[in-house]
Ligand binder design. Structure first.
Ligand code: GDP
Length: 329
């Protein structure tokens, strides 16, 4: 049994010793929305930072039902056979609405649950996207410090969550199925520019002509974008996650991709950029938390809200007047 509260040192030692129970608690700490936990979370992340970074981070996005959980279960198992230690995290800003999270039901990953070299963490519930993004990045770092060298970050293909995943991973995979009409939606949402690999799942249910047509459609859509300077050309592969068919080709692509971006320096550059984003996001979070406690703001916000609601003041003017009131300028 673990005692109620662990010190930062105990959390750090446990994480570095790859103790899953402690890792889980360390993640709970960085996910905590309580202001009083933040200093401890900050010092823990700073302590483990020198031990982090040593992994390949793969983001997976796709509409509900395309088979993400099944894929992660099967591919995760494949990664274990390649000697990887696999951590699976999720970004699901909708979890607060649905009440559950994408990885909430761990039984969906039957092959992986209980395996020694696997760590599965559901998405934190009750967060705004910015908060999820911040805590997921910190969770990635903790998993890396615990020795997980292949990190999978799953997200449902809705809204801005792909951008958040892209900002914390090294490669983004788009999982889809025949007939999903997804590839067009993907273009609309601007996801195609972010994707490094397209995988058409449930190949066991698709006849080869439909598959060729689908691959043709994707290739056509991808050619509408300028050639990528530093990342390998996007490939369109297929698999049957259910039957564990097609993982070899996906793995070959991952290796090719990783080698390519590491050799040309864009891997390191991308991580540097991500660190800069992390800095700005953290700063914005801090400012926001700080402002939420501001008495002047608290005592005036309702007045401004009713002025905007009654159309006596435009939202922009209200924002400007609040800003001036806070004397930040
Ligand atoms: P998610 O919502 O994207 O996580 O999708 P799930 O992994 O929950 O899968 C949705 C459904 O598709 C489940 O009933 C799976 O068993 C099924 N499924 C997933 N992968 C495959 C596949 O490769 N072939 C077939 N035939 N069914 C699959």
């Amino acid at each position: 049994m673990l005692k109620n509260r662990l010190s930062t040192q105990e959390l750090k030692d446990g994480v570095l010793a790859s103790d899953k129970a402690v890792l889980g608690r360390a993640i709970t700490l960085v996910e905590s929305q309580s202001v009083k936990d933040r200093p401890n979370a900050l010092s823990l992340v700073n302590e483990i930072l020198p031990y982090s970074g040593n992994s390949f981070r793969m983001g997976i996005t796709g509409a509900p039902g395309v088979g993400k959980s099944t894929f992660i279960d099967g591919f995760g198992d494949f990664l274990l056979s390649q000697g990887k230690k696999v951590a699976i995290l999720a970004i699901d800003p909708s979890s607060k609405v649905s009440g559950g999270s994408i990885l909430g039901d761990k039984t969906r990953m039957e092959k992986l649950v209980g395996k020694k070299d696997v760590f599965i963490r559901p998405s934190p519930a009750g967060f705004e996207l910015g908060g999820v993004a911040q805590s997921t990045l910190e969770s990635i770092l903790l998993c890396e410090a615990a020795g997980y060298d292949f990190i999978i970050v799953e997200t449902v293909g809705v809204g801005q969550s792909e951008t958040a995943v892209k900002e914390m991973t090294d490669m983004l995979m788009f999982l889809t199925i025949a007939g999903a009409g997804d590839y067009l939606q993907g273009i609309k949402r601007g996801i195609m520019e972010m994707i490094d690999l397209v995988v058409i799942n449930k190949s066991d249910q698709i006849d080869s002509q439909v598959l060729s047509k689908l691959i043709g459609n994707f290739n056509h859509a991808l050619h509408l974008f300028p050639a990528r300077e530093f990342r390998p050309t996007v490939e369109i592969l297929n698999c049957s996650a259910l039957n564990s068919v097609g993982f070899d080709q996906i793995w070959d692509f991952v290796i090719k991709y990783e080698t390519h971006v590491k050799e040309n320096g864009s891997f390191a550059e991308n991580r540097n950029l991500q660190n800069l984003n992390w800095m700005s996001r953290s700063l914005l979070n801090m400012i926001q938390n700080h402002l939420q406690k501001n008495e002047l703001l608290k005592s005036n916000i309702e007045k401004f809200e009713s002025l905007v609601t009654s159309k006596s003041l435009s939202p922009l003017d209200a924002a400007k007047q609040i800003f001036d009131l806070l004397n930040l300028g």
